[in-house]
Design a protein around this ligand. Sequence first.
Ligand code: AMP
Ligand code: GLY
Length: 422
Amino acid sequence: MRILVIGSGAREHALVRALLADPSVTQVIAAPGNAGIAADVPVHPLDVADPAAAAALAAALAPDLVVIGPEVPLVAGAADAIRAYGIPVFGPSAAAARLEGSKAFAKEVMAAAGVPTAAARVCTTDDALATALHEFGAPYVVKDDGLAAGKGVVVTQDVDEALAHGSHCLARGGTVVVEEYLDGPEVSLFVLTDGSTAMPLLPAQDFKRAADGDLGPNTGGMGAYAPLPWAPPDLVEDIVEAVAEPTIHEMARRGTPFVGVLYCGLALTSRGLRVVEFNCRFGDPEVQAVLALLDSPLSALLLAAARGELATAEAPRWRSGAAVNVVVAAQGYPQAPVAGDPVEGLAPAAAVPGASVLHAGTAVDGQGRIVTSGGRVLSVVGTGPDLQAARAVAYEALDLLQIRGSHHRRDIADPARMAGRP
Ligand code: AMP
Ligand code: GLY
């Protein structure tokens, strides 16, 4: 089987590596990829925001399956454009990707499907924003309605900061969602679906804040681990029954079936589980940890979802043990990442037993050096018999890397920080 992977992050590098390890995959091609992906497989240039360009590339390469990694091409309609050529695609249509593309739409679908989530008000004026903030009280949760690469949400005790963020989004012509605050630990569960059958992967936890102790601004994600030793035993089953299946059925009922991976971001609150967000693709950095534990072929699962055959597909098998992914971010991330700094120590880091180094924002410069080219530069994944062993492996590898001014969290999968949130 020949597979084209679209995207350029560590999520796509993890997908490429998992597919290369799959005996039924004869070739993996990526577009546009990054320096690390290009070292593993052939890559083609691509503007991922241009669905016609993605479809033209897919038609020219004629793969057996296209896997679309990021949300931007999905929300823009890349899956529709590629399917129009008769090529199977793992990833939802633009109509289904609205579950991530609009938080207000996701709330509407959840209400119709009876899925538990935070109470919310959709605001289009500063007056409505102020009223909603007053109604819910502190801590305030204010979300940009559209795509914001994980940075559109402000959670704060400070009403002025909440008002300022909301006003800023409104001033750009957007819509704002104000929500009730959800307490309790967060969980990410990826549920593969062909539009009717739900097949969950391992639950994971993401660390979204930039700094140790869950301080600093929200980011695209600074690290993750799987599985969750503290989770209740029936957590996955509960999420599938209460969240994934009703949502998948509601999307099908609307004539916009969701095909791909429904990323269920949840809070396990004192009042039960609640959806924090849906995404229409695998989570980054969580999927790097989840795929490090996959012990059965990935291509069969993705193809079965793309073809509507998940009901008869074999469920994934998992290695025992755990995986921890620590993200190395460029100087200035998330506000203003600095590009062009050399990345040193890649070979010794990758040689640490149990470690793998996945690339995200990397490129090759004019002198042939690997340099930073984005906010999240690398994902360093450690595996081991348990989380503490996996964590030690990840940090041992990470400490062999040198990137001027880079930063990372030291407390990913730290037992003291694993489930909690301030
Ligand atoms: P989102 O982009 O919706 O996932 O939000 C990003 C992060 O903001 C989440 O992972 C949470 O940590 C936090 N967050 C979002 N919504 C809420 C909420 N209603 N209550 C508390 N924290 C939230
Ligand atoms: N891990 C957060 C995200 O992928 O949106």
